[in-house]
Design a protein around this ligand. Structure first.
Ligand code: CA
Ligand code: CA
Ligand code: CA
Ligand code: CA
Length: 322
């Protein structure tokens, strides 16, 4: 792992040099990492050149924005938003997966998010293309939901989620326990179903950036919806005048939701010995029918729990075992 990171940093430096970036160009990590208690960048308001990173998302809002990933820092401080203020749709030809470097951009804080402001004097260079990186596994406790108080004001207890700002994250084994919260009343709460009553194991999400959402929410998102995983890009929303300061996981497509797992008969998002016990209890049973299909053990739904089902079970054996 250490070797990979070293090589990546070397590659970035070389890339920067190849792109003609000055030697004092900053990495995404340099810009994002901070020791400031309020989470603001140590380079805020500076005009900088940036080695950049892999484009993991494009968003066509009022000011189009890119989300970039610095693969040398998967453990934190490795995400950054770049916002186009030129009014010319400067990133229209940019594709997800491409490495972008920047010159003459301004480091800003916007509603709690560090961003590179891309303006008329700014420039960018497109480098190599990379596969879209996997989301980074965290727990809801790592990006914890805010607490309420006074009424309708929401703030986080601490900013420990700050290091994950603008990173593509994955939380697992969660249930939607509240909806209609936050500034746009579109935030929902994901609660770990392994720690159902511990508020530290809940986090906020929203679907406003999800191209498959209908209205405020993705169709999968309802009170009580249960997911083996939800992925998204972490965004902060800070508005001190309203008493709001929280982090939200922004889903982007239907693929960001993992609803269930084939052969997971006890519904805990894995296929292990407990599931095999439940499967074996129905072995060679007949007369399986909708909606139960012999406890789900008739996986191919041919009314018998038979060898093809065992084959299917085996294909899913220890899926999600980590
Ligand atoms: Ca922040
Ligand atoms: Ca930040
Ligand atoms: Ca299971
Ligand atoms: Ca069958």
């Amino acid at each position: 792992m250490k070797k990979t990171i070293t090589i990546s940093i070397a590659a970035m430096v070389l890339l920067g040099m190849a792109n003609g970036l000055p030697a004092d160009s900053l990495s995404i990590y340099d810009i994002q990492y901070t020791t400031n208690a309020d989470g603001t960048s140590l380079h805020v308001n500076e005009v900088v050149d940036c080695f950049g990173g892999i484009v993991i998302h494009k968003y066509a809002g009022y000011s189009p924005k890119l989300t970039l990933y610095d693969p040398a820092h998967p453990d934190g401080w490795g995400g950054l938003t770049v916002k186009d203020f030129t009014g010319t749709d400067a990133f229209s030809g940019v594709n997800v997966g491409e490495w972008l470097s920047f010159t003459n951009t301004i480091v800003e804080e916007s509603r709690g998010n560090t961003q590179l402001a891309y303006e008329s004097g700014s420039g960018f260079v497109v480098g190599d293309s990379y596969p879209t990186p996997d989301a980074i596994s965290v727990t809801c406790a790592d990006i914890a939901a805010p607490v309420e108080g006074p009424a309708d004001e929401w703030h986080v207890i601490d900013h420990s989620a700050e290091m994950y700002e603008a990173m593509y994250l994955r939380v697992e084994k969660i249930t939607v326990t509240r909806i209609g919260l936050g500034k746009a009343s579109d935030n929902y709460v994901l609660q770990s179903f392994e720690y159902p009553s511990d508020p530290n194991w809940s986090c906020w999400a929203a679907d406003y950036m999800n191209v498959d959402a209908i209205g405020d929410y993705h169709p999968y998102v309802e009170l009580g919806s249960r997911f083996c995983a939800v992925e998204g890009i972490l965004e902060q929303y800070t508005n001190p005048d309203k008493g709001w300061d929280y982090y939200q996981l922004l889903t982007t497509t239907t693929d960001d939701f993992t609803v269930g797992q084939t052969a997971d008969f006890d519904d805990d998002c894995d296929v292990d010995l407990l599931d095999f016990g439940l499967f074996a209890a129905h072995w060679l049973e007949g007369g399986c029918k909708d909606p139960n299909w012999c406890g789900g053990a008739d996986l191919n739904q041919n009314t018998y729990v038979d060898p093809p089902d065992l084959e299917k079970f085996s294909e899913n054996w220890l899926v999600n075992d980590k």
